[in-house]
Write a protein that binds this ligand. Structure first.
Ligand SMILES: [Fe+2]
Length: 376
């Protein structure tokens, strides 16, 4: 039998209800374990905890402008790996207009987040139309290809040696945030049947990071039907109905969309700001002490971040405190806008991530200094 060492305790000046009614002139910091689910303390500081004046050494917040990755790769397996560890890998891919081969990932379930563009996915299971803002979960070893009607760029999130599940929605029940009935599946439709042919097709299979090519003298996407409970599924960010409280700034974990093995994928979508005068209106400062945090900015105006535009990715490794940028901080308790206008994908990983090799200019070297005005 194991039990956490738990002892809610109030010391000095503190709010008893997190994220509300902060002691005057203070900045709240959450020190939390287990990705906002474990033991936590809220600390009330005289200065913003991001008010560092110098930073040396290998640990640091990083930001990447993936919009600057211009090279289109025919194969998703040639797209650059931005961040990875043993459980997850993140690539950013500019897809060609039409793939001349099929892709198959034998290393794990593949999540595609469509950042830009639209088209059709053809796979073992049929045809699935897609557009910007779609998540498409492709079960491990599904054969697939894209036909793009508009230029497509996508974030590829591989659940290495694992798969994706939906989060337990607990108190709010299974139909909240999105109803699983909203998930769409590929169809064996006319367009799918029309692409079946006796022409030769190659399948580029990724296994243990290495790619093998298998050639068929026909198109192996030749199913005429299927039945079962394993198939790709699609959901758009516009179909996500976020949880919110007008009196309490909910933690990012309330926005969990998919759960992988040792990582989660969360989605931030527009939602009304908290209206209670005592409630914090911006994310609280925090160190998420067991997780590395990644955010990919998809669309909109990122209310807690200065100088961030769509296509950028920030990486906050475990070990330091972060929170709102200076411009947002001035609005800690102000109601300046009725709602957020942002779409972003967050990937929180239980294990440390490695940064991949990226072309010069993709990383924003000054990101560590981007909170500096807070100390002035
Ligand atoms: Fe964070």
């Amino acid at each position: 039998m194991r039990k956490p060492i738990a002892f809610p305790h109030v010391e000095g000046q503190a709010s008893r209800q997190a994220h509300t009614a902060l002691p005057p002139g203070t900045y709240e910091r959450e020190l939390g374990k287990e990705g906002f689910f474990g033991p936590a303390t809220h600390m009330y500081h005289r200065h913003p905890p991001t008010g560092w004046s110098a930073w040396e050494g290998p640990l640091r917040p990083r930001a990447f402008d993936l919009a600057k990755l211009n090279s289109a790769e025919d194969s998703p397996w040639d797209a650059p790996v931005v961040l990875s560890n043993a459980s997850v890998s993140l690539r950013f891919w500019r897809a060609p207009e039409t793939m001349d081969h099929l892709a198959r990932n034998a290393d794990g379930d593949q999540l595609l987040f469509v950042h830009q563009g639209a088209g059709d996915l053809f796979c073992d299971y049929g045809r699935l139309a897609f557009r910007a803002g779609d998540y498409i979960v492709l079960p491990r070893s599904t054969m697939w290809r894209l036909e793009c009607r508009e230029p497509v760029s996508a974030l590829l999130i591989e659940a290495t040696n694992g798969g994706y599940q939906l989060p337990d929605k607990g108190l709010v029940g299974p139909h909240a945030i999105f109803d699983p009935a909203m998930l769409e599946m590929p169809a064996i439709d006319e367009a799918f049947l029309a692409q079946q042919s006796e022409e030769s097709w190659r399948v580029r299979i990724k296994r243990r990071g290495a790619v093998s090519t298998v050639t068929y003298p026909f198109n192996p996407l030749d199913a005429v039907g299927w039945k079962g409970d394993l198939a790709p599924v699609r959901i758009n960010v516009a179909d996500i109905r976020p949880l919110m409280s007008h009196r309490y700034h909910l933690p990012p974990s309330a926005h969990t969309t998919f759960v992988g093995n040792r990582f989660v994928v969360c989605t931030f979508v527009p939602r009304p700001f908290e209206s209670d005068p005592d409630a914090l209106k911006v994310p609280f400062f925090h160190n998420n002490d067991d997780y590395d945090e990644v955010i990919f900015y998809h669309a909109g105006d990122f209310f807690s971040r200065d100088n961030i535009h769509p296509g950028m990715m920030t990486y906050h490794p475990c070990g330091f405190t972060h929170g709102p940028h200076p411009k947002a901080l001035t609005k800690m308790f102000e109601q300046s806008k009725p709602a957020t206008d942002e779409y972003a994908v967050m990937i929180d990983t239980r294990d440390a991530l490695e940064v991949g090799e990226l072309p010069a200019g993709v990383e924003w070297d000054g990101y560590v200094d981007s909170w500096k005005a807070a100390a002035e």
